[in-house]
Design a protein around this ligand. Structure first.
Ligand code: ZN
Length: 148
């Protein structure tokens, strides 16, 4: 059970480049901004956000954003829960986890493969961004909605 829970994340981190030092500094700034806004009783402004970088060339930068979103907290739940694919499902939104997303991208690349062999990089990136965008839109729509 324990292994099953941590392994996917470890594998995931092997796909992306993370600067933990930078990330934790940004998290600290975010926490301070939120705290200050609460004390001053005003809405917190635009918070800085750490952006992961993708190592694989055929995965566009949107993939890192996707992982970021699925690692953020659900602000509609109390206590907050991490917005994994399974939690989106709790809210009735069907989106793949990053692993299924990769599978989906691979599959669509193979099925659109021409007889001439491998797609060039631009084409692969365009195709994978399109797929990611479809799911991203669903997640954003949910996150931006004001209802609880
Ligand atoms: Zn929730």
């Amino acid at each position: 059970m324990g292994v099953g829970k941590t392994t996917p994340d470890e594998l995931l981190f092997s796909l992306i480049e993370v600067n933990f030092r930078e990330w934790s500094q940004i998290e600290k700034v975010r926490a301070e901004m939120k705290w200050k806004a609460r004390l001053d009783r005003h809405e917190v402004g635009k918070l800085p956000k750490y952006q992961l970088k993708v190592k694989f060339k055929w995965l566009p930068k949107e993939f890192a954003t996707y992982i970021n979103v699925q690692n953020s907290l659900c602000e509609k739940c109390e206590p907050p829960r991490i917005l994994r694919a399974s939690h989106f499902l709790d809210h009735g939104i069907v989106v793949p986890d990053p692993w299924k997303l990769i599978e989906e991208i691979k599959y669509s690349m193979e099925s659109t493969e021409t007889g001439e062999g491998k797609k060039d990089r631009d084409e692969s990136l365009r195709l994978s961004s399109e797929i990611i965008q479809i799911h991203m839109d669903k997640m954003r729509k949910f996150i931006d909605a004001k209802y609880k």
